[in-house]
Ligand binder design. Structure first.
Ligand SMILES: Cc1cc2nc3c(=O)[nH]c(=O)nc-3n(C[C@H](O)[C@H](O)[C@H](O)COP(=O)(O)OP(=O)(O)OC[C@H]3O[C@@H](n4cnc5c(N)ncnc54)[C@H](O)[C@@H]3O)c2cc1C
Ligand SMILES: *[C@@H]1O[C@H](CO)[C@@H](O)[C@H](O)[C@H]1NC(C)=O
Length: 394
């Protein structure tokens, strides 16, 4: 009898699972569906680029990230999308973020040696390391940073598309169902706040050919207190920004139960812009690091939606009350880098061979077990998009 697996959602988790389950021949047939063609505009991975870095305070994620980075660098289907630009990480003023960074950096040095990271202890040391683009930057007197030259970014949409093979089907009967619908989970499944859909602001700036050539070799510059930036995209010549400081929800009634109110992602037509606060953060970033671009307009602004857990662990477990529905969710804003290898662990989960460590980390926890708040993204204030101000073309 044919044994079919249906994967709902072709984002990072769905695609990676599809590829590994097919490779391992776990099922006779795998059907992966999505509300849109890959890369879906609803996917958090439908983006120019995402950071691929090994720094984690939790050593098991660091090892998972280093394993993923071997695939990003090797001759895998996604490797042409990976660019090792290096990542300049500005030391945060937020104690939570600072703690995360210093433990992460110590872990990396323990695993890879002292020279895995370069400390830049003053504005002068930072300027000297990146003379072409930071020479005019009015860096704060007390700024310090850490540079990892063995980190980079992946062209996100390109990498997702490289992992797809499509098949048309009509009615799908499946023996096993993987729910990998990212931030949309609570629209269909009541997770009782085990995962929360949060929107993060993304914006772009158009560069000219000359400007592109000037900035093309910059590293990722990540200031966790303000915003971060990627090297410009070679095709579109767009600079991409994302802001820090605020994360957004959009609380609304669910269709399956009128009395359950939870955050569900907005559609791009509901908001074609990002909150004023996010734009102000990006301009603050520009004035500090790239003042020559600080009077230029932002464009192609959008909210990018993640499925967040309070402890930042993924949620990969059976849906309670079912025997054949596996939730693959809870990306917590850091799962893109695992596109090449998270599927391997989903296969292990299905086969019952996943290590106890990961099984415990990714299980459907009791609600009180989620009290361990991991604030590695720094102190983020949560606001409802309905309550914040938007000014078009600011
Ligand atoms: C601004 C921003 C920056 C980020 N930066 C990084 C980074 O630098 N590094 C990093 O590692 N990670 C980063 N991430 C996180 C990363 O993008 C996510 O962790 C990852 O995309 C989550 O994968 P997913 O498969 O769970 O969800 P998604 O990639 O969002 O995919 C979900 C899929 O489900 C589909 N879907 C939804 N509802 C339905 C339905 N009803 N029926 C069928 N299909 C449906 C959607 O169309 C979509 O394709 C970032 C995220 C954001 C928002
Ligand atoms: C809807 O949710 C409420 C609150 O969680 C719960 O008490 C009620 O039983 C649910 N109704 C149905 C029909 O499931």
């Amino acid at each position: 009898m044919s044994n079919t697996c249906l994967i709902v959602g072709c984002g990072v988790f769905g695609l990676s699972s599809a590829v590994d389950l097919a490779k391992q021949r776990v099922f006779d047939r795998i059907v992966a569906i999505d509300a849109e063609a890959v890369p879906s505009s609803m996917s958090a991975a439908n983006d120019l680029n995402k950071i691929v870095r090994p720094e984690y305070a939790d050593i098991k994620y660091m090892k998972l990230a280093l394993e993923a980075m071997d695939s990003w660098r090797s001759n895998s289907p996604v490797s042409s999308a990976y660019h090792e630009s290096g990542r300049l990480s500005i030391n945060s003023k937020d104690p939570n973020r600072r703690q995360f960074d210093s433990v992460s950096q110590a872990n990396l040095r323990k695993l890879l040696g002292k020279d895995a990271l370069m400390d830049l202890k003053s504005p002068d040391e930072i300027r000297k390391k990146f003379p072409t683009f930071l020479s005019n930057a009015p860096l704060n007197e007390d700024i310090s940073a850490v540079f990892n030259e063995r980190a980079g970014y992946a062209s996100a949409s390109e990498a997702a598309s490289a992992a797809v093979e499509t098949e048309d089907g009509s009615v799908i009967q499946a023996d096993t169902i993987l729910l990998a619908i990212g931030a949309y989970m609570n629209a269909y499944v009541h997770t009782d706040r085990r995962v929360i859909a949060k929107g993060l602001p993304v914006a772009h700036m158009q560069l000219t050919e000359d400007e592109y050539n000037h900035y093309k070799n910059i590293p990722i510059v990540f200031d966790p207190d303000v915003a971060y930036i990627f090297p410009p995209d070679p095709k579109s010549k767009l600079l991409k920004f994302s802001s820090a400081g605020y994360e957004y929800v959009y609380n609304t009634r669910t269709r399956y139960n009128e009395s359950i109110i939870t955050s569900i992602p907005t559609t791009p037509s509901q908001y074609t812009d990002i909150p004023d606060y996010a734009k102000e953060s990006i301009y603050r970033f520009l004035r500090m690091y790239l003042p020559e671009l600080a009077d230029r307009p932002l464009e192609k602004c959008k909210m990018c939606w993640i499925s967040d857990t309070s402890d930042s662990e993924f949620l990969i477990d059976k849906l309670p009350g079912t025997d054949n529905v596996l939730i693959v969710n809870g990306d917590s804003g850091h799962a893109f880098k695992f596109l090449p290898n998270i599927g391997k662990y989903v296969t292990q989960k299905i086969r019952g061979t996943l290590s106890t460590e990961w099984r415990e980390a990714w299980k459907w926890k009791n609600v009180d077990e989620h009290s361990r708040e991991v604030k590695w993204r720094g102190s983020q204030t949560l606001a409802d998009l309905k309550d914040v101000s938007f000014t078009p073309n600011k």
